[in-house]
Ligand binder design. Sequence first.
Ligand code: ATP
Ligand code: MG
Length: 235
Amino acid sequence: MLDVTDLSVSYGTIRAVRGISFTVGKGELVSLLGANGAGKSSTIKCIAGALKAAGGSIALEGKDITAANPEQVIRAGLATVPETRDVFPDLTVAENLMLGAYIHRRDQAGNRQNLEKLHTLFPRLAERSGQAAGTLSGGEQQMLVIARALMARPSVLLLDEPSLGLAPAIVERIFEMIATLKQSGLTILLVEQNVNQALSVADRAYVMRLGAIVASGTADEIRSGSDLSAHYLGG
Ligand SMILES: Nc1ncnc2c1ncn2[C@@H]1O[C@H](COP(=O)(O)OP(=O)(O)OP(=O)(O)O)[C@@H](O)[C@H]1O
Ligand SMILES: [Mg+2]
């Protein structure tokens, strides 16, 4: 579904991602783990079309999207929830959600149907439809940005640290929701520092350190890998 091959990302002379390769199969939930500065967000931004690749390639369902811009990537079927969790604060929850449906703006009936589905998944957002997004709690804003990404009706969803800075009970809810999305057949790439939570929902995982992939395997293999904490904490 998503094939990343020998991908490199640079900021001037800083090489943040150094030729990494990984795959996410159809319907799979794959987690990308690693300490601060490992290169996880740079990888996500590059796949999303927000950063140019310095080398390598990215394919979605066999189609090369390496040089695609963010809108082209979304149209190809891949939506991203960045770690910045940006909502349009002065717009309502409903207006924020409709912005996520931009590429389907001529299909209002389809958008309404999709919105209803998302309201079932996120009842809290349904209750707060008319509220300014900037006044939502951190957890509600995270749910809003995930729901907004889903309004694009993607086949692949990239999530960059959805649990960052949220209270344990909310993190629990977010991960339950991610598991529900996986059950619905969505293909997911989940970036997390919360290793235990990520492995509890992931089929497979890759561990990044200093721009490279240093370990990979099934969630069980990664969990039992004695070298994981060394890689992980080594930053
Ligand atoms: N805009 C930028 N300009 C220069 N260097 C950058 C920029 N963004 C990231 N970097 C560097 O690239 C490296 C990887 O950063 P990245 O944000 O991809 O890591 P990360 O794994 O997402 O970390 P975190 O868990 O803290 O979010 C870091 O060394 C970082 O300082
Ligand atoms: Mg990051």
